[in-house]
Design a protein. Sequence first.
Length: 69
Amino acid sequence: MSNVLTIGIAEVGVVSGQAEVITYALGSCIGVCLYDKNLKLAGMVHVMLPTSPPGGPGKLVGRYADTGI
């Protein structure tokens, strides 16, 4: 596997073309994947929690479903 992007916990990533996007250790987290067949873009977010705190997500937008998706 040459073009592989590994998404860690609370991370977001996008790949294009023939690249692959993967994640590990979902456990109680949720992995959300989207694909646009016209643009040939795929994205993934490894979400831990449903909503970000009142002050915002800070640098970890992928940690929360409301900001990561």
